[in-house]
Design a binder for this molecule. Sequence first.
Ligand SMILES: [Zn+2]
Ligand SMILES: [Zn+2]
Length: 690
Amino acid sequence: LNVVLVAGNSGCNQNQVAVVVETPAHSALAGPLTYRHERALEPGTLLRVPLGRRTTAGLSWPATTGAPDGVELRAVVEAFDALPALGAQWCALVEFAARYYQRGIGEVALAVLPPELRRLGAAQLAQRVARLRKAAAEAPPPHADEPAPAPTAAQGDALARLAELPRSAPALLHGLTGSGKTEVYLRSAERALTAGRQALVLVPEINLTPQLEARFAARFGGRRIVSLHSALTPAQRLRAWLLAHLGLADLVLGTRLAVFAPLPRLGLIVVDEEHDPSYKQQEGARYSARDLAVWRGRQLGVPVLLGSATPSLESWQRALDGRYAHVALPARVGDAALPTVRLFDLNRLPRGEAPALAPPIIDAVRARVERGEQALLLLNRRGYAPVLHCTNCGWKSACAHCSAWRVFHKVDRTLRCHHCGAQQRVPRHCPDCGNADIAPIGRGTERLEEQLAALLPGARIGRIDADTTRRAGALQARLAEVHAGDIDVLVGTQMVAKGHDFRRVTLVAAVNPDSALFASDFRAAERLFALLMQAAGRAGRDRAFSASSEMWLQTWHPQHALFAALRAHDYDAFAAAQLAERRAAGMPPFAHLALLRTDARSADAAQAFLHDAASAAATLPGADAVMVYPPVPLAVARVAGIERMQMLVESASRPALQRLLAAWQPALQALRSRHRTVQRWAIDVDPHAI
Ligand SMILES: [Zn+2]
Ligand SMILES: [Zn+2]
């Protein structure tokens, strides 16, 4: 039997070791467990320890308080000495993330390690480490880095500003698409590498790592560059992580997970496209990699460079307050012109269903095709049509398990739910009245592609969205076709707006930007503006074509302030207007938010849990500094038969909110016994959407 606490004194001449282990959500909040071991262990040593009837992976942790006298402790089974300890600073990063985002320390610590690390035995791990060290020792010394192109005047100014900053001051590098932010990253990295340090470069999407890796590899030929992201095989991920941790990799490029990479010589953190929502983890510990990067830089006294053409309003406000240095790159490299932004007022069209594209936009696309240039059409909705309906009785293709429509995919004649994944054949007749005339409403990328093919006979039309890029390598292949000029018109979702350097695109058109204009989410306008600015940045990157580059928007709301700011390429004006609204409404960055989300079999059960949670919050010390709003269903309330509700918690003070959340946890755990039909609950701190 596994009796952990037994009075006795047999273990008294051994060392007590604090250990964190991975435990199910919400049970590990009490912090590290205490074990004994024959010698003291450095913080962050990988271990195997007994837990109940099994053994599990753990990490030694900076000691807090020891076990009380007279308690017999269980012994550590095995310490993996071949792997250097992760160290106190890494432990501090994890502990901060766990505390701030309301998760268990062990849960976060073990979740961010490569899974392969826990699968391997001590001997296998020792062998891997030895092999990497041997290969590094035998590798030829790094040859001189490629000579960098001379910086533009603006880049030179930006680099001079960055060099003057105190090391721990984060800098917001604010530059339009095409203004040469990457060159500033490269030169900042060069400075860190020359000083013998490592550089960590975070990017929002896995798809953007290959091209950035190519840029870095071209500049830093002899350096070891590794990528860390979730699409690697377990063995690749372990190898990259080990190279980072052993200090053998000089540059680590990665997605949000890489913010936890142990880097013993870290000297620079770059967060590219810092506004991108993908930096926020959406399950488990819902951390923001950008915010953790800033924390990590402060902790280590290492510069953090946040780059964006459209900074998040949080970062922008910090720059306005002077908490971040604002470093601007005002012009595009080579003075390539920004595209002219044109609006088409859909109200000018005769009544009836709007065409795929307004006539002047079709003419503009046709002109590009005839001149051998390229056009990019942005429609943030995949599938053929968002819903099918019966013209006789009004039946619509609702999902049986979700409060959402099933999307019509014509290519395989299916109706698919984009929330639960349920899929069915398109019915031949209306399931309610038997009418054979069921028709699509609205438009997705698949339908737009079909309509364009009809409008532009002979044009080569390509589509990039989650459906056409599911196969490994499909996205790279499609992008290569665009780069080679084998595609005249590219239709895509927001996937195409990000980062890709299309040299011959001179027209970008947003087909349905209105859908985000009046969304209930307070960040919808910020996201739409960033997406459209980024999409506009795809046009005219090559100076030879930049004079003719245009962005077209077809909208029912041409007077909207967002479009006026976009036409003027005026981020500052847009941000000022948004910040004024946020301040008036008491929204971030002027208030701090958390959500308590819950999933249950019924909406009543979810609501009852949240009501009790609110009552519990009201009794906690400091509750008067925090506002708890009534429970509401999520925008898509039911997914796969589960009802989802949430409750907003808000405070003008971040510490007050943090105090309340920490005190709330035990109360929420206690509520579970009274709410057995609640499947799970989770706290989302600094949520991205509410
Ligand atoms: Zn019908
Ligand atoms: Zn569904």
